[in-house]
Ligand binder design. Structure first.
Ligand code: UTP
Length: 293
C-alpha cells in the first residue's frame, strides 16, 4: 500500500534553543530564508504525500499560520509582479482538506505525539517527519525511502552512522543482514551508553511505519521522564514483518542543536548558486579571523 499520509510531531518545547523558542516554535527557525517546517512539508510533497498531519502544542499557532493562506501578503507580491517570492510564500500552503492540526496538550514524548495522530492516520502505513532533522540531498530523503519501501513493505527508519560517543543521543540499531542501503533491524536501544551501544547506526527523524504502531503506543508505559518513547513501541514490532534501517543518500543536519543549525545554514547557503560565493567568503573570513586570534 502506498504511503499517502505524513505525521509531523511539532509539539516539543525546543528547550535547547531558549530563549529563541519562547515565542518562536523551533520548527519555525530558518535555514537561510525558509523555516524548518517548510523544508519538511516540501519534502513530503515531493514524496507524494497527500495528507499532512501536524501534532502541535496549544502555544504554537505560528505553525498553522505559516501553512495557511495570507491574502494581503500574496496580493502585495502579486500586484508588484514578484512571481518568485509569491511562489515561495505559496510553497507550503496546504489546502484545508489536506492539512490536519491536532493538539498534544502536554509534551509527553515523541511516542505520545505520534499516538495523537492515530485516528487521522487510520489503518494504513504512514510517514513521520521530524522537521528539526534536515537532509540535503539530490533526491529528497523521504522520496528515497518511499521508493525503497515500495519494494520492502513493513517498517523503515532512516539511519546515519554517528561517532560512538554520540550514541547516547539517539535510538540505535542492533543490526542484522545488510543489503545495499538497507540494514535489517534485530533490535533497537534508546540512547545507549557508548560502551553498550549495539552499533553506531542511529535513527534520525524520518520513518515509515505500519498502523500497528498505534496499538503498541497505546500500551506503552511512561518512562522515568514521564514520556512515551517511539523507539520502545517500535521494538515491539521487530520480528513481525520486514523492519529495515535505510541509509539514504545525502547529508543530514541536526537542526535541533545550535551547531547543527549553524552548519545547516552554511551548507544550504553554499548549495544555492546565487549565494555560494558570498557564503564561502564569509566562512573564509571567519576562518582567517580565528587564525589571527
Ligand atoms: P526533541 O526531542 O528535539 O524535543 O523532539 P524538543 O522539545 O523539540 O526540543 P528540546 O530537546 O527541548 O530542545 C523531537 C521532535 O518531536 C517533537 C518535537 O516538536 C520535535 O519535532 N515532540 C517532542 C513532540 O511533538 N512532542 C513531544 O512531547 C516531544
Amino acid at each position: 500500500m502506498s504511503v499517502r499520509k505524513a505525521v509531523f510531531p511539532v509539539a516539543g518545547f525546543g528547550t535547547r534553543f531558549l530563549p529563541a523558542t519562547k515565542s518562536v516554535p523551533k520548527e519555525m527557525m530558518t535555514v537561510v530564508d525558509k523555516p524548518l517546517l517548510q523544508y519538511a512539508v516540501e519534502e513530503a510533497q515531493s514524496a507524494g504525500i497527500e495528507q499532512f498531519i501536524f501534532v502541535t502544542s496549544p502555544y504554537k499557532s505560528a505553525i498553522a499560520d505559516h501553512l495557511g493562506a495570507s491574502s494581503e501578503l500574496e496580493k502585495f507580491l502579486s500586484d508588484g509582479g514578484n512571481a518568485s517570492l509569491l511562489a515561495s510564500v505559496r510553497g507550503c500552503q496546504l489546502p484545508s482538506n489536506a492539512a490536519h492540526f491536532l493538539v498534544q496538550e502536554k509534551p509527553l514524548g515523541l511516542g505520545h505525539a505520534v499516538w495523537c495522530a492515530r485516528k487521522v492516520v487510520g489503518d494504513e502505513p504512514f510517514a513521520i517527519i521530524l522537521p528539526d532533522d534536515l537532509v540535503l540531498a539530490d533526491i529528497p530523503c523521504l522520496s528515497q525511502m518511499v521508493a525503497a519501501h515500495e519494494k520492502t513493505g513493513g517498517n523503515m527508519v532512516a539511519v546515519v552512522d554517528v561517532p560512538r560517543e554520540d550514541t547516547k543521543r539517539y535510538g540505535v540499531l542492533a543490526p542484522g543482514e545488510a543489503r545495499g542501503g538497507l540494514v535489517e533491524i534485530n533490535g533497537l536501544v534508546e540512547k545507549p551508553n557508548p560502551k553498550e551501544a549495539p552499533s553506531q547506526l542511529a535513527i534520525i527523524g524520518r520513518y515509515i511505519l505500519q498502523a500497528e504502531i498505534f496499538k503498541q503506543l497505546g500500551e506503552q508505559k511512561y518512562d522515568v521522564n514521564g514520556e512515551i518513547q517511539l523507539t520502545d513501541a517500535m521494538c515491539a514490532l521487530i520480528g513481525g514483518g520486514p523492519f529495515n534501517g535505510f541509509k539514504f543518500e545525502g547529508k543530514r543536519y541536526d537542526c535541533g542543536d545550535k551547531i547543527g543549525l549553524l552548519e545547516a545554514n552554511i551548507a544550504y547557503g553554499l548549495s544555492r548558486d546565487e549565494l555560494r560565493n558570498d557564503v564561502a567568503a564569509v566562512v573564509l573570513r571567519a576562518a582567517d579571523a580565528l587564525k589571527s586570534d
